[in-house]
Design a protein around this ligand. Structure first.
Ligand code: KG4
Ligand code: ZN
Length: 367
């Protein structure tokens, strides 16, 4: 069977086609259209802009995805979709034109991220998939974005159980305990800023571009002769929660206090910001793994692209003799492949949802 999945929970427009045959997964195509350039000047994702960009990008991304999968065939699959896309004028026009130019593709199931994420962004993917479902008469599987971040690597790399996952991105920082593929429980999460958000905000203080994580990582690789020290918030606290806003404030004060804002000082700041965030993430994840007698640790979300974090996770996993599942970089950041894989399993459990009932769930939790 073939699943077409759409992911628009934040600032990336992602669509992919997954083929599943005899339990084997093959990605026929995977397109990610990034909005980084649009959001750069705001130092973070600006929801109204994200909504507009998704409207502009969804149809071109769909066309590219289907073409790459060899599923784009000239013809007509027009349907009455005005009621579904009545609030998305740009998207409606583009979708109508697309449907009047191409046949229904050979896919069997549709999937979409319904939450958590930015409400205006989520709605774009949801209403778009509803229009396609109506035109092509297909079912839709709703998918939880956070779950997809750890579930897809868990399935694709055949994780042993129990497993502890850390999902660290621009919007979320969560520790999840999985007894098996069907039972997941959140152990803890951030009480304020997410780890990626902390990278982004502190990078902005240092005058670096958005997204801040890769910029801080780049700067931290340089040599500095200066020493800066920041706290490791909640690292020793007796729970699995996180807090990063205090670190951000400490960085801001240090930056304001220092008269000499030389490259050397900025490098030292970047190094210590990265050390502080990755220390807390590593410490808490492996403590959870130990306490819960986990056999595997899984890392997911945009921050898992950080080499220093990967290094620390590898070292700890080796010394504790735990399986470590590190996603490839295209699986770390947002993508629709993880949505398709998760959707396949939801579908196998019998989880189809009538498309009319689908709606955005910005605060969706993992059950
Ligand atoms: O998962 P993701 O692509 O989108 C969200 O769902 O938020 O994560 C984006 C976040 C941003 O905060 C970005 O700064 C961070 O991941 N990030 C990194 C790195 N690459 C991306 N943080 C640290 N080091 C990196 N190399
Ligand atoms: Zn994400």
């Amino acid at each position: 069977m073939k699943i077409l999945a759409v992911e628009t929970s934040c600032d990336d427009t992602c669509i992919s086609v997954l083929k599943v045959k005899n339990g084997n997964f093959e990605f026929l195509s995977d397109i990610v259209s990034s909005q980084t350039e649009v959001h750069k000047k705001w130092g973070g994702v600006y929801p109204t802009l994200a909504r507009r960009e998704h409207q502009k990008n969804l149809v071109p991304v769909l066309e590219k995805t289907l073409k790459e999968a060899g599923l784009l065939k000239k013809g007509n699959s027009s349907a009455e979709i005005k009621d579904v896309l009545k609030r998305e004028e740009i998207l409606l026009k583009k979708t109508e034109k697309f449907l009047s130019s191409y046949k229904k593709p050979e896919v069997d199931l549709l999937a979409v991220t319904v939450g958590p994420g930015l409400d205006p962004s989520l709605w774009m993917g949801i209403n778009f998939i509803k229009a396609l479902a109506k035109a092509w008469q297909l079912e839709i599987i709703p998918v939880n974005h956070i779950k997809a971040h750890f579930f897809a690597p868990m399935v694709l790399k055949d994780s042993p159980f129990p497993a502890v996952s850390l999902i660290a991105s621009g919007g979320h920082t969560q520790l999840v305990f999985s007894e098996n593929l069907n039972t997941h429980r959140v152990l803890g999460k951030t009480r304020d800023d997410a780890a990626g958000e902390c990278f982004d905000k502190t990078a902005r203080i240092l005058g670096l571009d958005y997204p801040g994580g890769p910029e801080i990582e780049k700067l931290a690789k340089k040599d500095s002769k200066k020493e800066v020290k920041f706290p490791r918030p909640m690292m020793k606290s007796d729970n699995y929660d996180f807090s990063f806003s205090g670190l951000k404030t400490a960085v801001l004060y240090k930056w304001k206090d220092e008269k000499d804002k030389s490259e050397n000082f900025r490098v030292a700041m970047a190094e210590e910001i990265q050390e502080a965030i990755t220390d807390v993430l590593t410490e808490k994840t492996f403590r959870a793994a130990e306490n819960r007698k986990a056999k595997a640790v899984i890392l997911g979300g945009g921050v898992s692209a950080n080499e220093r974090l990967r290094e620390k996770f590898k070292k700890r996993a080796e010394s504790k003799k735990l399986s470590l599942i590190l996603p490839n970089l295209d699986f770390s950041t947002d993508n629709a492949k993880m949505i398709a894989v998760t959707a396949y399993h939801e579908w196998k459990k019998g989880g189809e949802t009538p498309w009319k009932e689908l709606k955005s769930k910005p605060n969706l939790k993992i059950n």
